[in-house]
Each structure stands twice: as C-alpha cells, then as structure tokens.
Ligand binder design. Structure first.
Ligand code: ADP
Length: 477
C-alpha cells in the first residue's frame, strides 16, 4: 500500500477524524446518560423523602403506626425501596429487606446528615439523605434509596453498544470513504490512462474531461491546452526539418551531378581526382540523410492516415532478399529468406519494404565476412512476426534501448556509411502500422530484430484491390 498516495492520505484523515468524532460522541453520550440517570434518581428519591417526611412529621410518636403508614404508601419490600427515619441519631423506622434481596437495610450504616440534601452510594444502593427539623428544633433524617443495579445495567448496556457499534460504524464509514475517494479520482485515472496512450502518432488525441466543473476538470483542461501548445510546437519543428530537407534535396542533386561529371574527367591531377571522389562520397551520404529525413517527416505528417492494403510479407521478403543478395555476396555473407505459405499483413507495401531493406542492410553492414543473415516470418495470434537475424558484431545492452532514436549511432559503427536514421525509420513505420519493433542481441554473437505487425483481416485479403483505410488505427508504441 502506498502511504503517500492521495487515496491513502484522504482515507486516513477521514478515518482519524471519524475516530475522534466517534470517541467524542461516545464520551458525550455516556456522560450525559449517566448524568441524566443520576439526576432522575435524585429527583425521584428527593420527592420520596419529602413524601416520607409529610407522613412521618405527625406520626413520629407512634413507631408502629408510622411503619404501617409508610409500608401502605410506599410498599418498600415489594418495590425494592429503602426508607429509614432517624431522630437525633436514633432509628425510628427502617424498611424491611426487599424481596429481590438487592441490599440488606439492616447493614446500611447511618448517614451523617447535614443541612444540605445529598446523593450517596453504599454498595449497590443509591442513597438520598435529607434532614428536616421538627418545630421544637429536633433534627429528623430521612433516607430514601433504591438499588443501583438497574442503572448500572443500563449504563453497561450503553457502553457495550457504543464500544461495539462505533468500531463497526468506523469500518463501514472508512470502506465507504475509500470507495467514494476512488470514485472521485476515477476521472484522474481516466486521464492517466489516456495520457499514457498519447503518442506523436495520435497528436490530436486529448485527455478525457469528466464534465464535473471541478478542479479535476480544470486540471484536465489545462493539460489539454498544454498538449495543444506542445502539438503546435512539435508540428512546427517537424515542418521545419521537412522543409529544410526538401530545400537541401535539389542543390544536393545538382552537386552530385556536377561531382559525378568531374569524376569522369581523366585529365585532372590525381590529388584533385581523389578530392572529387571523397566529396562525391560525402555528397551521396548527405543525400541519403536528406532522403531519410524526408521519409521520416512524411511518416510523421501522414501519421496513421495511410491507406492499408493486404501485403504478403513472404513475397515481399523474398523480393527484397533477391534485390539485396548481391550486396551480401560482395561481403561473402549468406542471406536466407523464409519459405512458407503467404502471411498477409495490413500495410503500405513500399513502407514495409523499407523496413526490410533497412534491417537487412544493417544486418549485412554489421556482420563480418563469412557470416549469415536470415529473414523469417511467423505468426502469433493476430500478429505477423518478421525476424531479421544476423551473426554479426551484436549490440551492447546499454545501447539497445537507444538504437531506435534518431541520429543515434554506436561509436564503433562510425566507420560505416549511415546517419543513425535507418532504425528510427523502421520504428516509425512499425508504429504507424499498429505494430512494434524490438531487438535481442549479444555482443559478438549477433542480433535479431523482431517486427510485429497486425495480420490483415480476412475482409481485406478478400478485397479485389485489398485496400482499407487505416485512419483510425491506434499505434501500440
Ligand atoms: P546506421 O545508419 O548508423 O546504421 P541505424 O539507425 O540503422 O543507423 O542503426 C543505429 C545503430 O544501431 C548503428 O549505428 C549500429 O551501431 C546499430 N545497429 C543497427 N543494426 C545493427 C546490427 N544488425 N548489428 C549490430 N549493430 C547494429
């Protein structure tokens, strides 16, 4: 559990607050209940003491008559009441033991009475003591009492209910709070999911807004406006490199043409011929870079809006291998192709061919003479898997994550002609086809580039021209 997460913190605060409120509520309820019961007992016992005094004040001389009067009126034995009257410390009446035997009146010590009535406790007896004065000045103490058991049972019942009920309530409220927090954060989760899926191939996609009009929606709108600005900046930068590449294309072609013409002249001094040859090589390299940049910017600007056809990867691989065999043979590298029934993917034939050309070109470039390059095609559910394997120099693990970046080249490959754009183009094409490219390589042993592409649907294969729009294609990477 992440203790720093918003959900955890909100639920903990909520739970803590509920615990505090629950404890305050329980204490308040219990003390108030206790006070109320004490107050009620005090009033009842006080009223009874006065009623006893009303009877006793005129009957103090006749103790038997007094006992009879009191028992008739208050029935202390059956009602579980305690009544005792004493004059100047001498008991003139004490009620008999109650039938329930809650207390024994004979054992209750005489209370020291003062002018002020008070409520006392003796064992489980709640005792009210009040002093009255006879006209002659003699003091009469009237004590009334009742068993405390009922009150204690009620208080224990209340305390138990609070102790059991409050934690249960707390658990329920905390679970409810957790669910509510999760629901309140659902729009944020949706935004995270959408943000994770955003790529430059879906530049117009935006974060979903919950329409709640609260701060979460405000955050979503702010992020969407930021995406809009980033998108514009990215489009501008892409347009700039595309425009620059286009502008370079023509002068470069002219330069190449002129240099090729000069290279055919045999009357030039040897050092000039060498210089022309070197400059021509660089011009060719520059042209390749410019062509690659144009290809990349075209992929960026078209994005997923290409028209896809059913393309047989087996036939395409065989054709590409035939065209590149000479290149491999020059280096004494064996180039093998797949031999199996057609595997149709949905895609743009020319772009897919470029993937094959770039991968086979790299494989032959980075494989020493006598090595082997093989192209295989397999299928997994829903996908075609094209693998280009070589027995070449391999790629160090720390470089494997970067070779698909634009202009990235491993230092040891500097001697080779190339600008570090070949694999970037492969990745860009795969992404635009809803597929992906990965590499597995061990230095010194060789590399395998694995391209996964969605298989063409039966619909697409069946179509006479095999064309389908890929406008809504959603790239994986
Ligand atoms: P380059 O034009 O330099 O070949 P790429 O984008 O095609 O650019 O490749 C980037 C880097 O990845 C290369 O510089 C090279 O170091 C490495 N690389 C690509 N393919 C292979 C391979 N088959 N074997 C070894 N290294 C490779």
């Amino acid at each position: 559990m992440n203790r720093r997460s918003l959900t955890f913190r909100l639920v903990s605060w909520y739970c803590g607050l509920l615990m505090l409120l629950g404890a305050a509520f329980a204490t308040y309820t219990y003390t108030n209940f206790d006070r109320y019961i004490r107050q009620t007992n005090r009033e009842n016992l006080g009223a009874r003491a006065e009623a006893v005094w009303d009877i006793a004040r005129n009957a103090l001389g006749d103790e038997a008559g007094l006992a009879q009067l009191i028992e008739q009126r208050f029935a202390p034995e059956t009602q579980g009441r305690f009544i005792r009257i004493s004059v100047g410390g001498r008991v003139v009446y004490v009620s008999p033991a109650p039938v329930e035997h809650d207390f024994d009146p004979a054992t209750v010590p005489l209370s020291a009475a003062s002018g002020k009535p008070r409520l006392d406790r003796w064992g489980n007896l709640l005792l009210y003591v009040r002093q009255f004065a006879l006209p002659g000045g003699a003091k009469v103490t009237v004590e009334t009492g009742v068993s405390n058991e009922l009150m204690e049972t009620a208080e224990t019942g209340l305390a138990t209910s609070l102790l059991i009920g409050l934690p249960v309530l707390l658990i329920l409220a905390t679970s409810g709070g957790y669910v509510l927090v999760r629901r309140a954060l659902a729009p944020v989760e949706a935004m995270i999911e959408a943000a994770e899926a955003l790529t430059f191939n879906s530049p117009h996609n935006r974060l979903p807004l919950a329409g709640t009009g609260d701060r979460v929606e405000a955050l979503g709108s702010a992020l969407n406006r930021m995406l809009e600005r980033l998108d514009n900046a990215y489009q501008q930068a892409s347009r700039f490199s595309a425009d620059a590449a286009h502008e370079l294309r023509t002068p470069l072609s002219i330069m190449r043409g002129e240099l090729e013409l000069m290279a055919t002249r045999l009357d030039l001094p040897a050092d000039v011929q060498t210089a022309v040859g070197n400059t021509l090589d660089e011009a060719v390299r520059l042209s390749q870079i410019v062509e690659s940049l144009i290809a990349l910017s075209r992929m960026d600007s078209i994005g997923g809006k290409r028209v896809h056809r059913a393309v047989d990867l087996i036939a395409l691989a065989a054709e590409t291998i035939d065209q590149m065999r000479l290149l491999a043979e020059e280096k004494d590298i064996r180039l093998d192709g797949p031999s199996r029934p057609p595997v149709f993917v949905a895609g743009d034939r020319d772009r897919l061919k470029q993937v094959l050309v770039n991968l086979i070109d790299n494989a032959t470039k980075y494989t020493p003479s006598g090595g082997r390059v093989s192209v295989d095609v397999a299928t997994v559910p829903g996908m075609a898997v094209l693998a280009v394997t070589d027995t070449g120099i391999g790629i160090a693990p720390q470089h494997q994550g970067m070779i698909f970046d634009r202009f990235f080249r491993v230092a040891t490959a500097r001697g080779e002609v190339g600008a570090g754009l070949g694999l970037a183009i492969v990745k860009s094409i795969c992404t635009a086809h809803g597929g992906r490219v990965t590499v597995a390589s061990s230095p010194g042993a060789g590399s395998t580039f694995r391209v996964e592409l969605p298989l063409a649907s039966a619909d697409l294969i069946g179509k006479p021209d095999g064309i389908a729009s890929a406008g809504n294609r959603d790239p994986v990477t």
